[in-house]
Every structure is written in structure tokens, then in C-alpha cells.
Design a protein around this ligand. Structure first.
Ligand SMILES: CC(C)(COP(=O)(O)OP(=O)(O)OC[C@H]1O[C@@H](n2cnc3c(N)ncnc32)[C@H](O)[C@@H]1OP(=O)(O)O)[C@@H](O)C(=O)NCCC(=O)NCCS
Length: 207
């Protein structure tokens, strides 16, 4: 762990700052502007949100990172519902990106999730980042992403067991928790409360 860095559970006093951090981290990354700060804002009161895994990272008392977790499930082909968790948004302040902090925050959050008895995590994300923390492409394990065709290789839909063998014998489909889908016009109105920021269409954005 880096010396003057701490990770702790988010409190209501942090809400405004973590939403601002999330907005700064995601702005213009996947689309012009972003929706993730509104997703976070909306999720705190929803079923499935895990308060003890909504974590802030501070460096010298300054907020530089945040992650939130949500309960979710795999609809197994044999009819079972397999409880797992997903997480995100996960954010590192722009000026602290690519210095290892995201990995530290991710791994500490995974350690805490494991301590809560979570068997596996599913996430849409970049294998370049998550692969270093043990995530694999879920379709290689027979877990399909509901938003894509059943037989598609979905390189951005990733999974990681926290309990070894938890997904042995499990194939099935994963659907994002409903709270990740927000109304874009509502998100726009929410964003208007923040300092103005220019939306830009940039190469590499997904939307
Ligand atoms: C993604 C994010 C949380 C990663 O945190 P970070 O502190 O920047 O990442 P780290 O320094 O721990 O990265 C470790 C390694 O992961 C890989 N990596 C990190 N970010 C990556 C990215 N965006 N794309 C591909 N690989 C990435 C790199 O290999 C990196 O090592 P390197 O810098 O030596 O090449 C952070 O960059 C962020 O907030 N991004 C914007 C929001 C976002 O995309 N969140 C995740 C959505 S799924």
C-alpha cells in the first residue's frame, strides 16, 4: 500500500465529492460527457446497492478514488439463480490515473467483497485493466452477456471468481442490474447542477 493512502467506506458527507470525482473521471471517456455520476447518485437508495462496498480512496486526505458495488445474479442454464456482484462506476481522479491507484482500490474492494462471502464478480470493462487483477472474458467460462447474442465472444464482459470453484459447473446469462440504466434526459438535468464542462466527441468513445 502507498504510505499516505487510505481506503474507507463512503459516508453521506462524501456523496457530493464522489459524484464530482466520478464525473471528472468519466467525462468524455466513453461518450461526450458522461452518465456515471448520475448512475452513482441514483443507486445509493436502490435495492442491491452495497453500502459497505461503496469505498473512497484518499491521498493525504484528498479524495482521489471511488468504487461502488451492486448485488446481481447469473441466470444459470439449469434454472438456478447464482448470486454474484458487479461493481462500478470505479473512478480515479484524472491527474492520478495510471499510477497504480485504481489497481489498489480494485483489489482492496475485492478483498472486502470476498470477506462478505461474495463468490464471483461480473463487470463490463477493459481486460487491459481488469485482466491484471484476475478477470477473464466471461464467455470463455460459459457465462453470456444478455445484451449480446448468445454465441458472441464479448471481450468486454469479464468475470472473476473470489471463491475458487464458485462457478464450476455454472453456465448461464448475466443481465445488468436495472439501476445501471438511467434516463439520459434526467442525467442531463442532474449534470446541470455541476460546473459547466465541455462535451467532446473524441476517438475511442463507445457511444
Ligand atoms: C480505469 C481506472 C479506474 C483505472 O485506474 P488507474 O489508477 O488509472 O489504473 P492503474 O494505474 O492501476 O492501471 C494498472 C494497469 O491497468 C491497465 N490500464 C489502466 N487503465 C487502462 C485503460 N483505460 N485501458 C487499458 N488498460 C488500462 C494498464 O496496463 C495499467 O498499467 P500501466 O499504466 O503500467 O500500463 C481509471 O483510469 C479511471 O478512473 N478511468 C476512467 C473511468 C473508467 O473507465 N472506469 C472503469 C470503467 S469499467
Amino acid at each position: 500500500m502507498k504510505n499516505d493512502m487510505t481506503i474507507r467506506i463512503e459516508t453521506p458527507d462524501d456523496y457530493a465529492a464522489t459524484e464530482d470525482l466520478t464525473r471528472e473521471a468519466f467525462w468524455n471517456v466513453y461518450r461526450p460527457g458522461c452518465l456515471e455520476h448520475y448512475v452513482l447518485h441514483r443507486f445509493r437508495g436502490k435495492v442491491g446497492f452495497v453500502p459497505e462496498l461503496s469505498l473512497v480512496m484518499e491521498l493525504d486526505g484528498k479524495l482521489i478514488g471511488h468504487v461502488m458495488y451492486v448485488r446481481s445474479e447469473i441466470h444459470a442454464d439449469d434454472g438456478r439463480s447464482i448470486p454474484v456482484m458487479t461493481f462500478g462506476p470505479i473512478s480515479i481522479a484524472p491527474e492520478y490515473k495510471r499510477q497504480g491507484y485504481g489497481t489498489i482500490l480494485l483489489r482492496e474492494s475485492m478483498r472486502r467483497a470476498e470477506a462478505l462471502g461474495v463468490g464471483a464478480l461480473a463487470i463490463e470493462g477493459n481486460i487491459g485493466f481488469y485482466g491484471k487483477s484476475g478477470f477473464v472474458v466471461a464467455s470463455t467460462k460459459g457465462i453470456h452477456y444478455a445484451a449480446e447474442p448468445q454465441d458472441a465472444e464479448v471481450p468486454y464482459f469479464l468475470i472473476r471468481e473470489l471463491v475458487p470453484g464458485f462457478l464450476d459447473g455454472v453456465t448461464g446469462t448475466y443481465l445488468d442490474p436495472e439501476g445501471y440504466f438511467v434516463d439520459e434526459a434526467e442525467a442531463e438535468r442532474f449534470d446541470a447542477q455541476f460546473p459547466p464542462k465541455e462535451k467532446q466527441k473524441l476517438p475511442g468513445q463507445l457511444f
